[in-house]
Design a protein around this ligand. Structure first.
Ligand code: TYD
Ligand code: MG
Length: 452
C-alpha cells in the first residue's frame, strides 16, 4: 500500500499548508485549517476507454479550427439557453449554485427529461424513487434520460463507460467521493479530486457535465474557491423562497456573456419559463393605492417593468426605522436625504419601508426615480396615476441623471400600455411616432410638481 500522506487545507479558501496553524495566512480566517489524509496511487480515475468517442488534440491555427464541430446542444429551455449564451458547449463543465430548496434539482431534472439526447442524471442526494416522484410531479418523462443513485466517482465512471451518455448531470458535487482520497465527502480535497476527474472525462470525450453545488451562508459556492476557476461556467439560481420567481444568472461564462438572465416561476408542477416577465410582475389592481410606482428597469439585456412599494409613516420610537427589501438600504437612505435637503420633505422623523414586489432584487440605478416617486406618493398619501412609469437615476444634488438604453425602456413601457414615462432631460431619445408620452425632467422638484 502506498504511503499515507496528510496535508492541511483551509476550509474557507482552500489554501494548502504543510503543518497546522491557527489562522490561514491567505484569507485571514481563524480555525479553518483542517488535516486531511490524501493518498493518491494514481493521478485520476477517469482512464479514457477505447470504446468512447475520443478527441485527440493537436496544435492548429485559428483559421484551421472548425468551429461548427462544437455546435451547442439545445436544451429545449429558452431561458437556460439564453443564460448559457445559446446552449451547452460540448465538453464544458457547468456549475449551478443556489440556496437549499431553491429548485436546483428540479431545474436540472426538468432539463434532463426534456433533452433529446442520452442523459445520465446522477444523484447522491435522492433515491431513484424520490426522483421518480419528482418527475411525476413535473409531468416530464422520456426514454433517453437514465437515473443513477451513486456517490463514488469510480462507479459513476463505470456506468458512464457502459452507457456512453451525451450529457451527464451530477447532483451534487458535495456528495461525490473518490476512493483515492480518504477524507469525507464535501471536504476540500474530495471536491477538488472529483472535479478534476470529471474535467478530465468531459474534455476527453467532449461530453458536457452539469454540476449542482451547494452554497454557504454568505452565498458562495461551498468548497474551494478554485472550483469556480476549474469549471467553464458558473450559474447562480436565486430568488426568495417565499416568492415564486427564480432568477438564473451566469457569474462566469467562458462561452458567452454574463449579462443575460433567465426567469422562472416555481409552480406546483415544476419550474415554468417566464418569457414576458413585465406583465407578471406588475399587479393589476382597479383602485389607486398610494405608495406604488412602476420602474422600467433592464435586467441583463431584457427590459423588465417592476413595481416599487413604499410606506412612509410617523416614527413611533425616537430612531426612525428604514428597511428595504430587494433594494440597497444605503441607497434608500441617500435618496431620503436628497428628498429632505433638495425638495424640503421632512422625512427625518418618519419610518420608511420599501419593497420591490415579486421577491426580486434590483441593482439597476434607473429604479431610483420610481423609488422617490413611491416615497413621495406614500408621504402625501396621494396615489400616482396607474399608467405612469419611471426610468432615471437620482443624483446627490437632486438632479435626474440619464440611464443606459433608455429607448428600450420606453418601448417596453409603451408595449405594456403606460401613458407617460418620466426620464432624464439629458437622455438623447431618437424615437418617433410614440403613443407614450415621454416626460423629460431634470430635478426632483420638477418631479414633485408633476406628480403631486
Ligand atoms: P429542489 O429542486 O429540491 O431544491 P434544491 O435542489 O435547490 O435544494 O426544490 C425544492 C422546492 O421546490 C421544494 O421546496 C418544493 C418546490 N417544488 C415546487 O414548488 N413544485 C414542484 O413541482 C417541485 C418539484 C418542487
Ligand atoms: Mg437538490
Amino acid at each position: 500500500m502506498a504511503k499515507v500522506k496528510t496535508t492541511f487545507f483551509c476550509q474557507n479558501c482552500g489554501s494548502q499548508y504543510a503543518k497546522w496553524q491557527g489562522q490561514c495566512t491567505s484569507c485571514k480566517e481563524w480555525n479553518t485549517i483542517v488535516e486531511e489524509v490524501i493518498q493518491k496511487p494514481e493521478k485520476s480515475d477517469w482512464k479514457t476507454p477505447t470504446s468512447t468517442k475520443k478527441r485527440v488534440s493537436k496544435p492548429l491555427t485559428i483559421n484551421a479550427i472548425d468551429a461548427s464541430e462544437d455546435a451547442r446542444l439545445d436544451t429545449q429551455d429558452e431561458e437556460f439557453n439564453r443564460v448559457l449564451g445559446g446552449g451547452i458547449v460540448p465538453g464544458s463543465l457547468i456549475l449551478l449554485g443556489g440556496e437549499p430548496g431553491i429548485g436546483k434539482s428540479t431545474l436540472l431534472l426538468q432539463i434532463a427529461l426534456k433533452l433529446p439526447y442520452k442523459t445520465l442524471y446522477v444523484s447522491g442526494e435522492e433515491s431513484q424513487k424520490q426522483i421518480k416522484m419528482r418527475a411525476e410531479r413535473i409531468h416530464a418523462n422520456n426514454d433517453t434520460c437514465f437515473i443513477l443513485t451513486e456517490t463514488k466517482t469510480q462507479n459513476i465512471f463505470k456506468q458512464i463507460e457502459a452507457l456512453e451518455p451525451d450529457i451527464v448531470v451530477i447532483d451534487s458535487i458535495q456528495t461525490l467521493h473518490s476512493d483515492y482520497i480518504e477524507s469525507s465527502s464535501g471536504s476540500i480535497s474530495q471536491i477538488k479530486e472529483c472535479t478534476t476527474e470529471l474535467i478530465k472525462f468531459a474534455k476527453e470525450t467532449a461530453t458536457p457535465v452539469l454540476l449542482i453545488g451547494h452554497i454557504t451562508k454568505d452565498g458562495n459556492i461551498a468548497g474551494p474557491k478554485i472550483l469556480e476557476h476549474m469549471v467553464d461556467t458558473v450559474l447562480q439560481f436565486e430568488g426568495d423562497r417565499n416568492h415564486l420567481f427564480r432568477i438564473l444568472r451566469a457569474n462566469k461564462n467562458r462561452f458567452g456573456s454574463t449579462n443575460e438572465i433567465g426567469i422562472y416561476e416555481m409552480q406546483g408542477s415544476g419550474l415554468k419559463e417566464v418569457s414576458n416577465p413585465s406583465e407578471i410582475l406588475i399587479s393589476k389592481k382597479d383602485e389607486d393605492l398610494s405608495g406604488n410606482a412602476v420602474a422600467s428597469t433592464i435586467e441583463g439585456l431584457r427590459p423588465l417593468m417592476i413595481e416599487v412599494q413604499a410606506l412612509v409613516s410617523t416614527a413611533v420610537y425616537g430612531t426612525p426605522q428604514r428597511s428595504a427589501t430587494g433594494f440597497n438600504a444605503k441607497r434608500l437612505n441617500m435618496l431620503l436625504a436628497v428628498l429632505e435637503k433638495r425638495a424640503g420633505f421632512r422625512l427625518g422623523a418618519k419610518d420608511v419601508f420599501l419593497n420591490i414586489t415579486g421577491g426580486i432584487s434590483v441593482d439597476d440605478p434607473a429604479i431610483d426615480l420610481a423609488v422617490v416617486a413611491a416615497i413621495l406618493s406614500s408621504n402625501e398619501d396621494e396615489a400616482l396615476p396607474k399608467d405612469y412609469c419611471f426610468a432615471a437615476e437620482v443624483g446627490l444634488s437632486g438632479e435626474i441623471r440619464p440611464v443606459q438604453r433608455v429607448e428600450q425602456r420606453i418601448l417596453e413601457a409603451e408595449k405594456l400600455g403606460f401613458s407617460t414615462i418620466f426620464v432624464s432631460k439629458y437622455n438623447k431619445i431618437a424615437l418617433k411616432n410614440l403613443t407614450i408620452k415621454v416626460q423629460l425632467i431634470s430635478t426632483v422638484e420638477e418631479l414633485v410638481a408633476f406628480i403631486l
